[in-house]
Design a protein around this ligand. Structure first.
Ligand code: KG4
Ligand code: ZN
Length: 317
């Protein structure tokens, strides 16, 4: 729940990590069932923490995509029911826009234009944020998202789920130069590909295991992370230069990564660019970022109606 777009009154997160852990990744059917079970309690808790009531709310914002359609549908249905019953406006929020706008919650002075790298479990996009409502994707992954690669490598290393934070922690004890994993070149120089580095790490581990050679997990985690971070950072800096952007932002679950944050910080400083990133708890999925975009849609009078539906893929523009 937010006030004036950037003051967070409550931000209740019901983590499903424990539920999906044993499967090594999100099981869509379990995710949507769990959403149904907890959504009423989460709404009650959000109201309680904000010390407010449904009557005092101006509008209901909900993300309708992109993402897992079953889970999205639970949120969309609940939001539509609330908006209808309370006779309040309904606001549809693009999930990736919400990740980007988490930066505005954390940095009240940040204003477009800026370039933002959004790296999450499902997306790796370089986005030009031209205004609060004008976004253009100028680079994207052609296969795996960065977070997906983190999660798969962590699984092969036997670290658990979600892999990103576990690799982040383990990499701190490793040597990032122990193994040189590939940094894939793409024909379109702002696009990404992470399936090559993921496969290279998996093959490297399997070869050693087959030969009965022991290996240092921390070194592999650090070397894999170095390959991913360098590509993410280099391409975003290239985009900033190409589009003459003086401000650079990070968003999405992978933006919680300590190596990525410090690489961006130092590369931006070198180039005289301002750098923005939300605190880690606003990088991973959360309600406040959705409410923030909802606030701007409300101000612009961009209301959704009762035909709103969940969409697995949805254009950012
Ligand atoms: O944005 P998010 O919470 O959900 C999606 O919209 O996908 O991102 C989740 C992804 C997962 O792949 C997770 O492993 C990754 O973000 N992640 C991290 C870190 N924290 C979360 N990746 C690297 N380092 C982290 N510290
Ligand atoms: Zn997300």
């Amino acid at each position: 729940m937010v006030e004036n777009g950037c003051q967070v009154l409550s931000n209740v997160i019901n983590s499903q990590i424990e539920l999906h852990k044993r499967y090594g990744g999100v099981v869509p059917e379990l995710a949507s069932r769990c959403h149904i079970e907890v959504i009423d309690d989460v709404i009650d808790e959000a109201l309680a923490q904000a010390n407010t009531t449904l009557d005092e709310i101006d509008a209901i914002a909900v993300t309708n995509g992109p993402g897992l359609v079953g889970a999205l549908l639970v949120g969309v249905s609940a939001a539509k029911a609330l908006a209808f019953a309370l006779k309040k406006p309904l606001l549809a929020v693009h999930h990736i826009r919400a990740h980007i706008m988490a930066n505005l919650i954390a940095h009240h002075t940040l204003k477009p234009p800026f370039v933002c790298l959004v790296a999450s479990g499902g997306h790796s996009h370089i986005v030009l944020v031209k205004s609060i409502s004008d976004f253009e994707v100028v680079g994207r992954t052609c296969d795996d998202a960065a977070g997906e690669a983190y999660d798969k490598v962590a699984r092969v290393l036997g670290l658990g789920y979600p892999g990103g934070p576990l690799i982040d922690t383990l990499a701190k004890q490793g040597n990032a130069e122990a193994v040189h994993f590939p940094r894939v070149k793409m024909p379109c120089e702002l696009d990404f590909s992470f399936s090559g580095v993921k496969t290279a790490v998996i093959n490297y581990i399997h070869k050693l295991e087959q030969a009965g050679i022991s290996y240092n997990k921390a070194d592999i985690a650090a070397s894999f992370q170095a390959a991913v971070v360098s590509v993410l950072c280099e391409k975003t800096m290239r985009a900033a230069q190409r589009y003459d952007m003086k401000k650079v932002a990070l968003a999405g679950g992978v933006a919680a990564n300590s190596a990525l944050r410090s690489a961006f910080e130092s590369e931006c400083a070198k180039r005289g660019l301002s750098f923005f990133v939300p605190p880690p708890q606003l990088c991973t999925d959360n309600a406040a970022m959705v409410a923030c975009v909802g606030y701007y849609a409300y101000k612009a009078g961009c209301f959704a109606d009762m035909t709103l539906n969940a969409q697995a893929s949805l254009d950012i523009g």
